[in-house]
Design a protein around this ligand. Structure first.
Ligand code: SF4
Ligand code: SF4
Length: 382
């Protein structure tokens, strides 16, 4: 497993995590075997958003004796009133379900108390201008949770959430198709109705801005909907020129700014093993650019941080240099300091560029890389 820092929390997370949603309704033996497979592969992030006692208790039994091997995301506001997944903003109901989560999991703490499903201004108000956020803050003060997180599918609202200064982790839906859907559309509808390639012209700017803002504020992102419910793997349902693989979808998410861990909704041991093959794939097998580059011309000139342009004879990590440059030149002067530090920590910088041009001939999106390296020197001083 490879690990990344979880922002300011001091925790370290495996880049591949387990979303337990699809274990709901499974026999205990399957739940146990899937959790064991996760542990065998050093997966340490576990998302438990499901409100039902049955699956929570099965997970609790499966992790017994190994609680400290997992960083658990538990959700405040996820309920199953009327026997169905539902969102509640009723404080007492939120408390009941969250306290029951700890009883079901047989633990006296949850690592991240996640403010659940904040996708609209209305949701934002219901959570942040109510007792719910104060409840989460109290849980943190008394050590019941180690940190406050939030989940969202809407980049504009998610940015507002991370800018409150209250949340320390964002769970967000990321895949290359969602990233191309205009942010005023609900990406979750695509999981039902399919993708409309006619609206997918470019990487949505509010999404880019969200990821860059998170990186600037040192707020890590855990990723959900990495495979768009499997649609990106399917010849029939993908909006791209060809289906992606699980590894390519994981790689796309992991190459977005601030992403710390990609949570895969595995249903069994086999799917865990398929997810962790990412860690041993050849670089060529992670290349997602071929699938998305045929979409349209609006990608031209915009770096997607894929590193398809490597190797660079000067050893420059072109995607990282460009990523930090993009973040530093966002229209927000107040948040550049941390990014400058990240840039300095790179082993090589824009100033190492020998202008050989080999990268530019390999970039599928015609990015002016040499120009970007020169700009990075002007912005960061090296
Ligand atoms: S410059 Fe082009 S090839 Fe290199 S990381 Fe950016 S988009 Fe990918
Ligand atoms: S032009 Fe600069 S960044 Fe590109 S491959 Fe050559 S040395 Fe590396």
């Amino acid at each position: 497993m490879k690990y990344r820092n979880l922002g300011k929390t001091g925790m370290q997370v495996g880049i591949i995590g387990l979303g337990a949603e699809h274990l709901d309704g499974k026999d205990y033996d399957i739940v146990k075997d899937t959790i064991c497979a996760a542990m065998e592969h050093d997966i340490n992030m576990l998302d438990v958003f499901m409100p039902g006692n049955d699956i929570r208790q099965k997970i609790g039994r499966a992790i017994k004796g190994n609680r400290n091997k997992f960083i658990i995301q538990g959700h405040i506001g996820s309920t199953d009133i009327n026997q169905q997944y539902d969102i509640s903003r009723d404080l007492e109901i939120n408390k009941k379900y969250f306290e029951n989560l700890m009883i079901d999991l047989n633990t006296d703490y949850i690592d991240f108390g996640m403010l659940f499903f904040i996708d609209s201004e209305e949701h934002f108000d219901e959570v942040f201008n109510s007792g719910i956020v104060r409840y989460a803050e109290e849980l943190k003060r008394n050590g019941t949770i180690r940190a406050i997180g939030a989940s969202s599918h809407n980049p504009v609202i998610a940015k507002k959430v991370v800018e409150t200064g209250i949340v320390e982790l964002l769970m967000f839906s990321i895949n290359p198709a969602f990233d191309m859907i205009p942010s005023d559309m609900n990406v979750l509808n695509c999981l039902e109705s399919g993708f409309d390639a006619n609206v997918m012209f470019e990487i949505d700017k509010p999404r880019q801005e969200l990821y860059r803002t998170c990186e600037s504020l040192d707020i890590p992102i855990t990723v959900m909907k990495t495979l768009a419910g499997g649609k990106l793997l399917s010849d029939k349902h993908t909006p791209f020129s060809k289906p992606l693989t699980v590894s390519r979808c994981i790689h796309y998410a992991l190459t977005r700014p601030s992403v710390a861990s990609v949570l895969i909704g595995c249903q069994n041991r086999k799917q865990i093993e398929e997810a962790v093959t990412y860690l041993t794939e050849d670089v060529a097998d992670l290349d997602y650019t071929e699938a998305i580059s045929g979409m349209n011309k609006n990608f031209k000139g915009n770096c997607v941080y894929c590193n398809h342009c490597l190797p660079c004879p000067a050893g420059i990590d072109i995607a990282s240099v460009t990523k930090y440059l993009d973040i530093a030149t966002m229209n927000n002067n107040a948040i550049q300091k941390g990014v400058g530090q990240h840039y300095k920590e790179l082993p090589t910088h824009g100033s190492d560029c020998i202008k050989c041009g080999s990268c530019e001939s390999k970039c599928p999106f015609s990015v002016s890389i040499i120009e970007n390296m020169e700009k990075a020197v002007r912005v960061f001083g090296e």
